[in-house]
Design a protein around this ligand. Structure first.
Ligand SMILES: C[S@@+](CC[C@H](N)C(=O)[O-])C[C@H]1O[C@@H](n2cnc3c(N)ncnc32)[C@H](O)[C@@H]1O
Length: 284
């Protein structure tokens, strides 16, 4: 007997609802479900899903899980300088506050003012200096009141200044030229021997052939991308895998280990998005 979840059963019906409306309804539903956890005595604050600058799962638990992946897979150490690309509401930053030492440091940036405001308001104390930067960048999904493209943005760090960079659930919201540029910026920011953990949706011919199993249908968007919503391409975007690997190479980066395949496209997998560990070759 196959194990079909309620979500899978409802998928044909839910696909009749336009994507942005479905997303809004889902976020409202998640907020309603979160009320008992918010009202618990001594509960720590966590952002509302309708704020939209944070991925799914329990805020603190997901932050700790990603921090532990950074330690185990990207070699993060307490004295490192960490760069958080698209830090959202800071769920990983919070988990780093009691990990990084006074010799370490954190730089995080994002385009969304409400997410950053929430993060700054609720930030736990930390031994390491934490620097949080609001990037003036246009994004159809997250920030429309500016014209500056991500493809012209310089990350707020010096060349070869960062030991470990990460971008969780951010490349899934970047247009192709922006994603290519962000990989170059990762290459510029990392010290030789430094590593980056990034997540993305990587499309290949076999995956494209079974898009009916993906969490949303993806439509071709230009020569090397696929989007969930052509009207709001940055709502969720997948990249042709070969193209993405070429961009990694052109950024002076290498895959440090094989891609961990996510279950976003209907394949089995412990992680939702595809995950890559990149390394800037050279002596640490
Ligand atoms: C799904 S959230 C993930 C947030 C955070 N990385 C996390 O894992 O909790 C996507 C984030 O990417 C940010 N974002 C979108 N475009 C960006 C860009 N060009 N540069 C930096 N951040 C961006 C959004 O504002 C949003 O906070």
């Amino acid at each position: 007997m196959t194990n079909v979840t309620l979500r899978q059963r409802l998928r044909p019906v839910s696909r009749l609802i336009p994507h942005p409306i479905r997303q809004r309804l889902l976020r409202m539903w998640r907020d309603i479900l979160s009320l008992p956890a918010r009202m618990k005595k001594g509960a720590r604050p966590f952002p509302w899903a309708t704020m939209h600058d944070v991925g799914g799962g329990e805020f603190y638990q997901v932050g700790r899980t990603i921090r532990d992946q950074l330690i185990a897979e990207a070699g993060l150490k307490p004295d490192d300088h960490v760069l958080d690309i698209g830090c959202g509401t800071g769920r990983v930053a919070f988990a780093l506050t009691d990990y990084l030492s006074a010799q370490g440091g954190y730089t995080g940036f994002d385009v969304s003012a409400p997410g950053l405001a929430w993060m700054i308001r609720h930030m736990p104390p930390a031994a390491a200096p934490f620097r949080i930067v609001r990037a003036d960048i246009f994004n159809t999904e997250y920030r429309q009141n500016t014209a500056s493209p991500a493809s012209a943005y310089q990350f707020p760090v010096r060349d070869a200044d960062v030991d470990v960079a990460f971008a969780t659930s951010v490349f899934t919201h970047l247009l192709p030229a922006d994603a290519e540029h962000y990989l170059k910026e990762i290459g510029r920011s990392l010290k030789p021997g430094g590593r980056a953990l990034i997540t993305a949706f990587l499309m290949s011919a076999p995956r494209q052939a079974k898009m009916d199993k993906a969490f949303v249908p993806f439509f071709p968007f230009g020569p090397n991308a696929f989007v969930g919503s052509p009207k709001v391409p940055e709502a969720m975007i997948a990249f042709d895998e070969d193209t993405f690997l070429r961009w990694i190479d052109a950024a002076g980066l290498k895959l440090d280990r094989p891609v961990v395949r996510g279950r976003w496209c209907g394949d089995p997998g412990a992680r939702f998005q595809d995950q890559m560990i990149l390394i800037r070759p050279g002596l640490a």
